[in-house]
Write a new protein. Structure first.
Length: 163
């Protein structure tokens, strides 16, 4: 990965919406993102319904979504946002093991997956990667994907199917 200072950043003033049910973690994300000069948190929600309403109303550039929400899962929120064809990037920030859940998130229409345990700099990098049009998963998951690639004699699979 490139150091933060070398990464090409999308248009400044990217608007971020946060769907996270734990107030302390949500407030920490808000503080962290608002301290970035090129980002602003435009809204927040603690559950599926409020998250969907906020994303539809505020039209953020990116939504950070937790998988575990009190009413429906973050995975269901991703599916609904994609079904409505809302033009928002979706990045999951979760405590659940990326090796187990990243594939599900990407198949549902998410643009990336990062663990809550990652450093603030890594979370910011993941946001910029997704805003820049890339799929974000950790290097460990990317390496596992390459390691489990099918031999040339077998039918090709999409990269996402190999995750």
């Amino acid at each position: 990965m490139m150091p933060r200072s070398e990464k090409k950043r999308p248009v400044s003033g990217s608007r971020i919406f946060i769907v996270e049910d734990h107030p302390l973690f949500r407030d920490g994300l808000i503080q962290m993102l608002n301290s970035e000069t090129d980002m602003e948190v435009c809204g927040k929600a603690g559950d599926y319904e409020a998250g969907l309403k906020g994303i539809k109303r505020l039209k953020p550039d990116l939504a950070l979504i937790d998988l575990e929400l009190p009413d429906k899962s973050g995975l269901e929120l991703i599916k609904k946002v994609r079904a409505l064809k809302l033009p928002v990037k979706l990045l999951v920030v979760s405590m659940y093991d990326e090796a187990l859940y990243a594939d599900r998130v990407l198949r549902a229409g998410g643009d990336g997956y990062i663990m809550k345990e990652e450093s603030p700099d890594e979370i910011i990098d993941a946001i910029w990667d997704v805003l820049g049009g890339h799929i974000y998963v950790s290097e460990d998951v990317s390496c596992t994907q390459l390691h489990h690639a099918r031999p040339a004699s077998q039918p090709e699979e999409r990269t996402l199917d190999q995750l």
